[in-house]
Design a binder for this molecule. Structure first.
Ligand code: ATP
Length: 807
């Protein structure tokens, strides 16, 4: 199969990762891969010049042949066609005589997309093509594809681009009949190209596509927005100012909403849910005034560019500013983030998601028949999905139609359930409610504790829990320094304002350590009793899970543990069993990506350097494995897989073949990621020295240990949003079990085992797992789960580096 990939519509971070993934996986699956420059416009224009088809694929065919050792590999045949660098440099001409002038459909090899991961935007260009909206344009596009023999197309773009893709697919039989009738293609070509295989990937910063949780580029855009708000926060607080931020999103308020949750805004305006009050200015001013009255020194209002009131009258940032200045007397400024939201290096998620989706796109093309629908590749929580393109496009349009018809309830219902929940989360964590929601008999004293190592999102989760408590009428109690602090009575009540800035804070505001309650279980129980805790929230990693288990086991002997207790997983190692993500793991992956981008740059500058990068993670290889996928590492070592001499021998052989294939003087820096506990014998130092020794004149080696930098400074927006979501679910769980306990007739209550549980993310759902059930799924010795959803990713890492194919 000959597969072409194009990017269309507005650019977004992660589009390059899509192209890289489609090209590499396509080649590995035995396809020929092509790139269409400048979106549909390039398809319409095609190749107007004759050109040398491609360079000899290898710089030094004899050396390569020797390296190949007689093994036939798709990579040898498809290594390099010399155009990747032209695309990357943005140059049309190259001193070697090759030129992209007049060429819009170009062949791409395995190495042509090297290093594309870390670049923002799209290196193959994008455009908004008027010509493609016409049938003549699409006819020219079809002709150009048939001329090159291309029979499959991957389109990465927004809803417009995918609509175009769907029209193109539906029209294809007519288009090729016309081409035949006009004598532009032969009977043979007509017969061969009767069916266009097409698949769509959603590249859009707005996250505006239905039937997928996330679009490619949206997480990076959210990161840019949160960085901006974090920066504005300090100046706003210094001058006690208000800031009105306009963010992108014409029909979709996802960016504004998630930024509101993640950055802790005071008020937001989104198109799907205009303010209810009439006039809305009163509602906004009242909310902000209340915040100011408790002593808040800064105000952040986020306005989506497509925001409007209930009558579809646009709500503009400038107008919001005037209202805040005139009515509340606030010194107010407007900041329009504009295109800064699009730009920059993709975050870890915008490398991992497009890579996995690109793999799925190639799979879908290979499986496609004239009877299967064209798919859009989406994601639901953590699962890559295929949905019929036509349905996704129709549903997306239905949201815009519902907004235009002022049917906002329908517009909200057409967004995914998480969107609705996020709005609820925003209101709960940002509003200072006038009245308590619960009657005094239902109110609880809730203890909140951090356990284990710090992880991004711990503070955001605590903030959400505190704000929920205050809304309901509960008393949120901070237990400082974990169980040691509890024994030392380091407990104090948290306030609404006191936790205001906690979303953006890394580390642990409460203080955390690894002490478990069995340090003195009796004394811990008596503290529970003295402080009259009705519920407990433990935020942490494997230790927190262990602590919960000890407390649950202790219920038999200590009545004060007969209260609802939850564990909210937060650890950069992501080693808590049964949950796919713990808080902090996204922040940590981003820290790893940042560090590795710099390391790889240095390694590439030296032309032939292998960097062995050591990561934290204990005996859980999650960070190492996902980090390897997100940085394009060549090899990854984990404790799960272990290391032995045979493996190392194979790896050295692979690196020799790989460096032998690099064009002369153009060797790349390569990364090898090693989890700190992968082996006690084959240490990072030892592996580095071995690579150096074995690399001879081909490659050199250095090491870097990322250590505690992986805890990340500022938590990522994904971790902050996830923290709010999980924490609020925890609070609802505690309330429910507290109510149930109150219904027990006896004075001494007996909490059932399921009231001590861990909140987990499993597929598309949040699930409660009783801690006693969790133990069955835990490898307690190695401190990780027995089943690891990400275990297969190692194979993908090695496939993408060529190891699987070259050995
Ligand atoms: P973004 O979300 O960034 O706006 P988009 O993909 O929605 O991205 P559009 O400008 O709507 O951006 O579409 C990109 C291109 O897709 C258009 O310039 C056009 O070439 C093609 N396209 C869009 N809609 C159609 C259509 N109905 N028929 C044919 N082609 C279309």
């Amino acid at each position: 199969m000959k597969i072409a990939v194009l990017t269309s519509g507005g650019d977004s971070a992660g589009m390059n990762a899509v192209v890289r993934s489609v090209v590499k996986i396509g080649i590995l699956r035995g396809c020929e891969t092509w790139i269409v420059r400048e979106g549909y416009e390039g398809l319409v224009r095609g190749n107007t010049q004759d050109y040398v088809p491609y360079d000899a694929p290898l710089a030094d065919p004899i050396a390569a042949k020797r390296a190949r050792g007689g093994v036939k590999s798709a990579i040898f045949e498809n290594l390099r066609f010399g155009d990747g660098d032209l695309l990357r440099d943005g140059t049309l001409d190259h001193p070697n005589g090759r030129s992209l002038k007049g060429r819009y459909i170009v062949r791409a090899g395995f190495d042509d997309v090297r290093g594309w991961f870390a670049e923002g935007g799209t290196l193959i260009g994008t455009a908004r093509s008027k010509a493609f909206r016409t049938q003549e344009g699409r006819l020219a596009g079809a002709h150009n594809l048939v001329k090159e023999g291309i029979d499959a197309l991957v389109v990465c773009g927004g809803d417009g681009s995918l609509t175009g893709a769907d029209i193109f697919r539906a029209e294809w039989p007519t288009l090729i009949d016309t081409l035949l009738a006009q004598g532009l293609i032969t009977q043979e070509q007509h017969a061969k190209h009767g069916h266009l295989r097409i698949v769509g990937l959603v590249g859009s910063i707005d996250n505006d596509m239905s039937m997928t949780d996330l679009t490619i580029g949206a997480p990076t855009a959210l990161q840019r927005i949160c960085e901006a708000i974090d920066n504005i926060n300090s100046t706003a607080a210094s001058h006690s100012r208000a800031f009105v931020l306009e963010v992108m999103g014409r029909h979709c308020g996802w960016l504004a909403l998630l930024a509101g949750v993640s950055a802790g805004a005071d008020f937001i305006f989104i198109p799907e849910k205009p303010p209810q009050a009439n006039p809305w200015e009163d509602e906004m001013c009242e909310a902000i005034q209340r915040h100011r009255e408790v002593g808040k020194r800064k105000t952040i209002v986020i306005v989506a560019e497509g925001a409007h009131d209930a009558n579809l009258q646009p709500i503009r940032a400038e107008y919001v500013k005037d209202v805040l200045s005139e009515r509340l007397g606030l010194d107010t400024r407007v900041t329009t983030l504009g295109h800064t939201q699009r730009g920059g290096r993709p975050c870890a998620f915008d490398r991992i998601l497009p890579t996995l989706q690109g793999e799925e796109a190639v799979k879908a093309l290979l499986e496609s028949t004239p009877n299967t629908p064209s798919y859009m590749i989406g994601v639901r929580e953590n699962k890559i999905t295929r949905v019929p393109l036509i349905e996704a496009v129709a549903m997306t349009k239905a949201v815009a139609d519902a907004i235009a018809a002022k049917d906002f309830a329908k517009a909200m219902s057409l967004r995914d359930p998480e969107f609705l929940q996020s709005l609820d989360n925003f209101l709960t964590t940002s509003t200072l409610y006038k009245e308590k929601q619960l009657t005094p008999d239902k109110r609880m004293r809730v203890a909140i504790m951090h356990i284990g190592a710090p992880a991004g999102g711990m503070n955001a989760a605590t903030r959400a829990a505190v704000r929920y408590c205050l809304k309901q009428g509960h008393t949120p109690l901070a237990v400082h320094n974990g169980f040691r602090g509890l024994l030392d009575d380091l407990i104090h009540e948290l306030s609404w304002l006191g936790v205001d800035g906690w979303t953006a804070r890394g580390g642990s505001e409460l203080g955390t350590n690894r002490t478990l309650p069995d340090v003195d279980l009796g004394a811990v129980a008596s503290r529970f009793q003295e402080h009259n805790f009705h519920a407990l929230v433990l935020i942490g990693g494997f230790e927190a899970f262990n602590a919960l288990l000890i407390l649950e086991n202790g219920r038999k002997h200590y009545p004060s543990f007969n209260i609802p207790m939850v564990h909210l997983p937060a650890t950069i190692s992501n080693n808590v069993p049964m949950t796919e993500f713990s808080l902090g793991s996204d922040t940590s992956l981003n820290a790893l990506v940042d560090a590795c981008d710099s390391i790889k740059q240095s390694a590439s500058a030296s032309r032939n350097r292998v960097f062995v990068v050591e990561t934290q993670g204990g005996k859980c290889g999650y960070i190492a494995t996902m980090g390897a996928l997100a940085t394009g590492a060549s090899l990854v070592y984990t404790s799960e897989q272990g290391m032995d001499l045979d493996l190392l021998r194979q790896d050295v052989k692979f690196l020799k073949i790989r460096y032998g294939l690099d064009a002369k003087g153009r060797s790349e820096g390569r990364l090898v990621i090693r989890n700190e506990c992968a082996s006690s014998v084959y240490t990072t130092d030892m592996v580095t020295k071995m690579f150096k020794e074995e690399g001879g004149t081909l490659f050199d080696s250095r090491s870097a240990s990322l250590g505690h930098t992986l805890q990340g400074g500022v938590p990522s927006p994904m971790d902050r949003a996830r923290a709010a979501r999980l924490s609020l679910r925890c609070m609802a769980f505690l309330e429910e079990h507290h109510d149930r306990l109150q219904l027990q007739p006896s004075r001494v209550k007996t909490a059932p085992p399921e009231s001590a549980a861990v909140i987990t993310i499993q597929g598309s759902a949040l699930k409660w797992v009783p801690v006693q059930e969790m133990v069955k799924h835990a490898d307690m010795k190695n401190r990780r789960g027995k089943k690891l959803w990400w275990a297969g990713i190692k194979d993908l890492v090695e496939a993408l580096s060529g190891r699987s194919e070259l050995l």
